[in-house]
Design a protein around this ligand. Structure first.
Ligand code: SF4
Length: 441
C-alpha cells in the first residue's frame, strides 16, 4: 500500500454492518506504511463501534499491490479476468452469490454477469432459504425508517431480533430518549433468556418456538380492547396459558402507547417464515388502530450489502434470492430450493462467482466446494485451487458508490483516500465484457 492520507475531520461511512453509519469521524489519521496502523487507535475512528473500527482499519490498510491470483499463484489483473471468463464459459452451471458488503453498483454488475452466464443467483438473502420467502415479499409489510422509530415510537418491541449483535450502534442511535420527553418503553421478546440484552428494557422470554403464537396472542389481547364487545380470549385461557401471561404486560403497553415500533430480524432462526408473517400481520392490524410499523433488520455481521442485494435482486428477478436461472424475462424463483447453500451442498453447480463477503453458513459450504471459484473481493480467499481471486477495493472508504441501509435509505459512499485497486463493480463488468467478446468471436 502506498500509505494513506486522511485529513483531520474527514467524515467517512462505515459499511461494517447494515446500519451504515455515516457519522464516522476519521480524525488525525496520517500517512503510514502498511505495517503501522495508526487507524487502530480508537480515537482515529470516532463514533464507530468496535466492529466498525476494525472494519475501517482493515479497509484503510488495504493492500493495492497484489492485483489477482490464479490457482493460488499471483497473477496480473488482465490475465485473471481473461482466465475467469474462459473457465466460467466452460462451466455447466454457475452460481453467483455474496454481495454482503457490496455497493448497489456492484450488485447490479453481479446480477448482469449472472444473467449473461444463465447462472443461478442468490445474494445470500436470509429469506431465500425460507420456503415462504416469495410470499412474504408479495404480501408486503408496513415499515418505517430508523429515524421514524427514534423520533416517534414510545413503545418498541424488539422481537426475535438482536440489534446489539447485528447492528451494534442501533440502540445508541435509534433507541435514545424521545425528544418530546415522553417515556419510551422497550420490550425484548425472545425464545431464550440468553439472547436478551437487559439494557433498560423489559425482557419477555417466550416459550421456545412460539413467536408466531405470541404474535397471535398479542393480537387477540388487543382485539379485546379495540374491537368486539365479547372477549376474544376467555378468562380461563388467559389466566392459565403461559403465553397470555407473558404477553399481558406487552398488550397493556401497546394500548397506552401513541406509536408502536416493532424491530424484527430476517433470520430469527425459524425456517418456515410463519413467525415473521404473523408479526407482520399483527403490525398491519395494529396500524389500523394507531401509528404502528415494523423495522426489519437484516442479518448483518459482514457488511452493509444485504438490503441492497435484496432490493436489486427483487427488482431484477422478482425475489430476494434463490433464483434458479437469472433471467429477467423468464426468471424462476425457488426459495428453499435454489438458494446458495442447497445448490452447493447438492453439487448442482460446478462454478461459483463470489462477490465480496458471504455469511458464515455459505462460507462453510464454499470451503467444501471443489469446483471453480472466482472471488471478487478485497480479501484473498483461502488458497484452494482451482480458483481465481481478483483484488477489489474495499467498500468502506475506498469506493465511490451507494449502499442501501436496512430501512431503504440510500447512503452515498465517498473515497477518503486514493486507491489503485478497481471496485468490484468494475472488475465484474470487465469479466462480463470478456464473456460478451467471446460470444461475438
Ligand atoms: S454500527 Fe455497524 S455501520 Fe455503525 S460503526 Fe458499527 S459496524 Fe459500522
Amino acid at each position: 500500500m502506498s500509505g494513506l492520507e486522511v485529513g483531520r475531520d474527514e467524515r467517512a461511512v462505515c459499511t461494517g454492518c447494515p446500519l451504515v453509519c455515516d457519522d464516522i469521524l476519521l480524525a488525525d489519521v496520517v500517512a503510514t506504511p502498511a505495517t503501522q496502523t495508526a487507524v487502530d487507535r480508537p480515537s482515529a475512528c470516532e463514533q464507530a463501534c468496535e466492529r466498525g473500527m476494525k472494519w475501517l482499519a482493515e479497509a484503510l490498510r488495504h493492500d493495492d499491490a497484489c492485483e489477482a491470483s490464479v490457482d493460488a499463484q499471483p497473477a496480473g489483473r488482465d490475465t485473471a479476468i481473461a482466465t475467469a471468463a474462459l473457465r466460467l464459459n466452460d462451466c455447466r452451471r454457475v452460481l453467483v452469490t455474496g454481495c454482503w458488503d457490496a455497493t448497489l453498483e456492484t450488485v447490479a454488475a453481479a446480477a448482469t454477469l449472472a444473467e449473461c452466464l444463465g447462472a443461478a443467483w442468490d445474494p445470500a438473502a436470509a429469506q431465500s432459504a425460507i420456503a415462504t420467502g416469495p410470499t412474504a415479499t408479495q404480501t408486503g409489510r408496513i415499515t418505517a425508517d430508523f429515524e421514524e422509530l427514534r423520533d416517534r415510537a414510545d413503545c418498541v418491541l424488539v422481537w426475535s431480533a438482536d440489534p446489539a449483535g447485528t447492528h451494534p450502534r442501533f440502540r445508541e442511535r435509534f433507541l435514545t430518549p424521545l425528544a418530546s420527553g415522553r417515556e419510551r418503553r422497550v420490550f425484548e421478546l425472545h425464545g431464550s433468556l440468553e439472547r436478551l440484552s437487559g439494557q433498560g428494557t423489559v425482557e419477555i422470554e417466550l416459550p421456545e418456538g412460539q413467536a408466531a403464537e405470541a404474535a397471535v396472542c398479542l393480537q387477540l389481547l388487543l382485539q379485546e380492547q379495540f374491537g368486539p364487545s365479547r372477549p376474544a380470549v376467555s378468562s380461563s385461557v388467559r389466566s392459565s396459558t403461559e403465553l397470555f401471561t407473558a404477553m399481558a404486560e406487552v398488550a397493556a403497553a401497546c394500548l397506552e402507547a401513541e406509536c408502536i415500533g416493532v424491530v424484527t430480524a430476517d433470520s430469527s432462526g425459524e425456517s418456515s417464515g410463519v413467525a415473521a408473517a404473523a408479526i407482520s400481520q399483527l403490525v398491519a392490524w395494529l396500524a389500523h388502530k394507531k401509528p404502528a410499523f415494523e423495522v426489519p433488520l437484516s442479518s448483518g455481521g459482514s457488511g452493509a450489502g444485504p438490503s441492497g442485494a435484496a432490493a436489486v435482486s427483487t427488482w431484477r428477478f422478482g425475489g430476494a434470492g434463490a433464483v434458479a436461472v437469472a433471467d429477467r424475462e423468464g426468471r424462476r424463483l425457488a426459495a428453499a430450493e435454489a438458494d446458495a447453500n442447497r445448490l452447493l451442498s447438492r453439487g448442482e453447480v460446478d462454478g461459483v462467482v463470489v462477490v465480496g463477503r458471504v455469511p458464515d453458513t455459505i462460507a462453510a459450504s464454499l470451503a467444501a466446494f471443489d469446483g471453480l471459484k472466482v472471488s471478487v473481493s478485497d480479501q484473498p480467499p483461502p488458497s484452494v485451487a482451482p480458483q481465481i481471486w481478483l483484488n477489489a477495493a474495499p467498500t468502506s472508504l475506498a469506493s465511490d458508490g451507494q449502499v442501501l441501509r436496512d430501512d431503504g435509505r440510500l447512503v452515498e459512499l465517498k473515497a477518503v483516500r486514493p486507491i489503485a485497486t478497481p471496485s468490484a463493480a468494475e472488475l465484474l463488468n470487465r469479466i462480463l465484457a470478456e464473456l460478451r467478446a467471446k460470444e461475438t468471436r
